[in-house]
Design a protein around this ligand. Structure first.
Ligand SMILES: NC(=O)c1ccc[n+]([C@@H]2O[C@H](COP(=O)([O-])OP(=O)(O)OC[C@H]3O[C@@H](n4cnc5c(N)ncnc54)[C@H](O)[C@@H]3O)[C@@H](O)[C@H]2O)c1
Length: 313
């Protein structure tokens, strides 16, 4: 299928035919025997999904769900602690474990260890990884960090350090991901970019202004990118999860978790649920990558158990 408006191979082509619609892509996909055997009929077969922050949490769940949909996966993660940040990041072992889980689903997986703040490292990693998987048709800019630093209760040096790190990783890192991988999507004939935002990118919160500001910035980034990439057959959307059980805020005791769950259930979620699981978020990302969402762009899907029903719009 060819899009009459551009006369070229577009996302529609890629979604409808997979890599078979692209000469170069067909070669790569043919090399991926597991993909052909395992998930050949999945909606994402013949394409790769680049997922950042894939070693654990929401990124891991999205990477696995993309694989279940038939996509090869490029699982990118810093997989090392970040200087000046007290929350432990994922480990190389966790990244390797995700690779094994994905390959067990019958598709190919390449891992990249890179910090999304380093655009060149991302470009290099993507180029290297591209040799062993199907052409990239999906980019999930998911990696992010979060921390509390209220205006009135944070020393200046801590404020400065947190502000810089959170905005660098969440805003610049996400923009880097789009800059590093966007041209590949265009060259491959189109695709989907999916950004992990947050309900805090849609409303305020009194304890973490840098995180809130960074996630609101992503909403703007998604809309700007949707307009720029639209003519190239690339959709750009966000997912806005509510609170999810991950390592984002660092280790928690069972008691802290239980308290958080109760608070969410009573005060935030109209639906009868506390913390969501990463697996609750992943299917929305897959939807945005499929043909069914080909005309959905510049949008945000709230996966928030109805917390989003409290937004004004
Ligand atoms: N957990 C939640 O409650 C929640 C809610 C809404 C949105 N989110 C968003 O979901 C995304 C994923 O978070 P999570 O909850 O799965 O957290 P997580 O800490 O469990 O996972 C984040 C992953 O990203 C990696 N990472 C962090 N900084 C990186 C960098 N600079 N370069 C490359 N990799 C990096 C980490 O190593 C880790 O594997 C984030 O953007 C977060 O803001 C999370």
């Amino acid at each position: 299928m060819t899009d009459d408006t551009t006369g070229g191979t577009t996302r529609r082509t890629l979604l409808a035919t997979g890599a078979a619609g692209l000469a170069a892509g067909a070669t790569l996909a043919a090399g991926s025997a597991q993909a052909q055997e395992g998930q050949a009929n999945g909606p994402l077969a013949g394409r790769s999904a680049l997922v950042t922050g894939a070693a654990r949490g929401i990124g891991r769940a999205i990477a696995l769900e993309m694989a279940r949909g038939g996509a090869d996966v490029i699982a990118l993660d810093v997989a090392a602690d970040i200087d000046g940040w007290s929350v432990p990041m994922a480990t190389p072992d966790e990244l390797e474990a995700v690779r094994a889980e994905i390959e067990a689903l019958g598709v190919s997986c390449a891992t990249v260890r890179a910090d999304i703040r380093d655009r060149q490292a991302m470009r290099d990693g993507l180029r290297e990884a591209s040799g062993s998987v199907a052409p990239v048709g999906v980019v999930v800019a998911n990696a992010g960090i979060a921390g509390n630093q209220p205006f009135l209760d944070t020393a200046d040096d801590e404020w400065e350090a947190n502000w810089d790190l959170i905005t660098d990783v969440n805003v610049k890192g996400t923009a880097n991901t789009i800059r590093a991988a966007g041209p590949t999507l265009v060259a491959n004939g189109g695709g989907a970019i999916i950004v992990t935002s947050s309900t805090f990118g849609r409303q305020g919160n009194g304890t973490n202004p840098a995180y809130v500001a960074s996630k609101w910035a992503l909403q703007g980034l998604v809309k700007a990118a949707a307009i720029e990439f639209g003519p190239q057959g690339v959709t750009v959307n966000a997912i806005a999860p509510t609170a999810v059980r991950t390592g984002l805020s660092g280790p928690q005791t069972e008691e802290q978790r239980a308290e958080g769950n109760a608070w969410l259930n009573e005060n935030y979620h109209p639906m009868d649920i506390g913390l969501l699981e990463p697996e609750d978020i992943a299917p929305s990302a897959v939807y945005l990558a499929t043909e069914a969402a080909r005309l959905v762009t510049g949008a945000t899907i709230d996966v928030a158990a109805g917390a989003n029903a409290r937004y004004t719009a």
